[in-house]
Design a binder for this molecule. Sequence first.
Ligand code: LLP
Length: 416
Amino acid sequence: MSAGPQLLQGELHLEGVSLQEIAARFGTPCYVYSRAALTAAFEDYRQALTGRDALICYAVKANANLALLNVFARLGAGFDIVSGGELQRVLAAGGDPAKVVFSGVGKRQDEMRAALEAGIHCFNVESASELDHLNQVAGQLGKRAPVSLRVNPNVDPKTHPYISTGLKTAKFGVAFEDALALYRRAAALPHLHVQGIDCHIGSQLLDPAPAAEAAEKILGLVDTLAREGITIAHIDIGGGKGIRYRDETALSATEYLAPTLKALAGRKEKLLLEPGRSLVGNAGLLLTRVEILKPGSEKSFAVVDAAMNDLMRPALYDAWHDIQPVAPRAGQAHAYEIVGPICESGDFLGHERELALAEGDLLAIMSAGAYGMTMSSNYNSRARAAEVMVDQGRMHLIRQREDTAQLFALESVLPH
Ligand code: LLP
């Protein structure tokens, strides 16, 4: 895909905008996103779905910044949400509630109510109890809730165990064997309206075969339901398409979806997708500055001003993110542990990176657009990073850096 960072006059630029200048203006650590890259990733999906009745519901959890949601809303995207908070963000960003699907194993009743009042497209229901709760809440509001069941097709997505979600052992979805009985129950409940079927088997999937296998199993179920008079209007195949972090071969949406679309050929149901990472992951980077170089006999450390609280993926999943100097310097490269200042041995961003560094240098931690800022925390009372979006040669601050007073503004001490 175009739109990645490029070296211009010996310095990294994103969409022609100098990362040095962004750091000078907004400080570090700072997430930087490219609108062109977000748009290109969305158009890649749109192209793959040409001629089909399809809705791309961006998975908000990957990156929930309002400006980014607004870019997708303007492109006509729908949204996959997993909380009332995400619903509020989508609405605040100008998203169309009629294009929202609500996933998640533990929806609270107040969240169900808010989503019903907003008029979302569908609830992806994940248990028998949830059907009952939703029926009750919808009844109180005098509405019928549109539902899909998230069915566990029990296929192995061949990815990291923490992000595999479609296996029998997962907490997500309902077992394939139980789905028919639950659909019958849903169809019989007065305040529910069976609308679709849903599955999501995992994340960072590089092999397209498991998704197609899941789609085939789902289709079998759709046909069984039709024979019982339960009509399924849409099939939601979830998200999960992987991206290139290091040397992975990431497929285009057309390539990745080909086997799934083949399985769906000739079907009349509307198709829904819930991509997250593949729309935003490579559209963002985390800009950080080297504070301290600490050479050692065993290991040398470059302590930077970003940490595991800003980008948790390396600490949590041992995830590998490319780390590039913003202004590569001549001189001898050394193997550095790129670490943050947090008091945890797990606070690293990269191991053994061969870099020529001096204190004060800027580094770009690549592929940080997905599950970066959304998984950040205030651990060690660190204020969260700023976020910037570049668009047509200009930089826009889309989230101010937090200040420390905001971190404890909601706290109070005991009375005397
Ligand atoms: N739909 C559902 C129901 C999901 O649970 C997820 C992600 C998605 C869609 C979007 O999946 P994607 O297209 O992004 O793969 N924090 C982890 C990833 C967790 C994914 C959770 N569910 C990471 O940083 O790798």
